[in-house]
Design a protein around this ligand. Structure first.
Ligand code: GUN
Length: 296
């Protein structure tokens, strides 16, 4: 039996980062503008620390300025809002990302709404959410946008395909559904209350798994030949006490049924950071009213 094509997010994201680096180089040479990304981390969550370090490294690699602000876990909400107000005004900062989750004393929605929508490279501000839903110049959430780039690269035109998005979060599920509607897919959003989830998933030409439950989506839930995008990044324990990362899809089963599948790690993960850099470049260009290469 033929196994699914493995969709290589490392390869695709490296190509995208190269194209971004070329555009950044051109901006610096011809306009003397360096795109700048500010990342704010509150507290010491180890997974968040790893993400922020990786974002800093990739930002510098493409020739952008990286401003990392690390605040203690007990930072009052007011202090974070004051920092954001300063970043909104700072002309060297074109993109702002506040790493989630935030400590309990801070209202995440209030923080998201404090970011200037033009600098909201996460695409979480209600202005960007609304523009994605209704048309207009949105900044698009990075993980769904990266997933869409992989789908387009593998399948070409998506119009008319049945897509099932499993998960309805603001970060992935909901914006993913909007993007797939924009691509003229027939979109179903399934979630923890969905009845007969395996039957719903079995209808799909495209499955987006974004539930945060290791291996939840089984091989026999899939339509043969479908394309699977696994957004899950779950750390699970090995019998010998070490740990490994797995997705939301039971990969060893799914690879025997699907036509194509993203691995974890090495699928959607690297696309998220590449799309963050892309959004920073797009935000910078819009702030300076400069047209960018359409392939970005
Ligand atoms: N934490 C996990 N994913 C994300 C993301 O896409 N953006 C931010 N800001 N925090 C996250």
């Amino acid at each position: 039996m033929t196994e699914a094509t493995i969709i290589d997010g490392n390869r695709f994201s490296a190509g995208l980062r190269d194209r971004i680096a070329s555009e950044v180089h051109a901006l610096r040479e011809t306009r003397h503008i360096t795109p700048g990304l500010a990342v704010v981390l509150v507290g010491e969550d180890p997974a968040s620390q790893v993400y922020v370090r990786t974002k800093h490294k990739r930002t510098v690699e493409v020739g952008m300025e990286s401003f990392v602000h690390t605040l203690p876990v007990d930072t009052p909400e007011d202090e974070l809002l004051t920092l954001i107000a300063g970043l909104n005004k700072d002309p060297a900062v074109h993109g702002i990302l506040v790493q989630l989750p935030l400590p309990r004393q801070i209202d995440a929605q209030k923080v998201i709404e404090a970011i200037d929508p033009a600098k909201d490279v996460d695409g979480f501000h209600p202005v960007n959410v609304g523009r994605l839903a209704s048309g207009g110049e949105a900044l698009i959430p990075c993980t769904p946008f990266g997933s869409l780039l992989l789908l387009r690269d593998h399948l070409g035109d998506l119009s008319g395909l049945d897509a099932v998005v499993v998960g309805r979060s603001n970060i992935v599920g909901k914006p993913m559904a909007q993007l797939l509607i924009r691509e003229s897919c027939t979109v179903t959003v399934a979630h923890s209350r969905t009845r007969d989830l395996p039957d719903v998933v079995r209808r799909a030409d495209i499955v987006i798994a974004a539930v945060g439950k290791p291996g939840m989506i089984r091989g026999d839930w899939l339509k043969p030949g479908c394309t699977v995008i696994d957004v899950g990044i779950n750390r699970v324990a090995n019998p010998d006490g070490t740990s490994r990362l797995v997705g939301d899809v039971a990969f060893d089963e799914a690879v025997k049924v699907a036509g194509a599948i993203t691995p974890v790690p090495g699928g959607v993960g690297p696309m998220t950071i590449a799309c963050l850099l892309r959004n920073t470049l797009v935000a910078c260009a819009r702030q300076h009213r400069i047209a960018l290469d359409k392939s970005l």
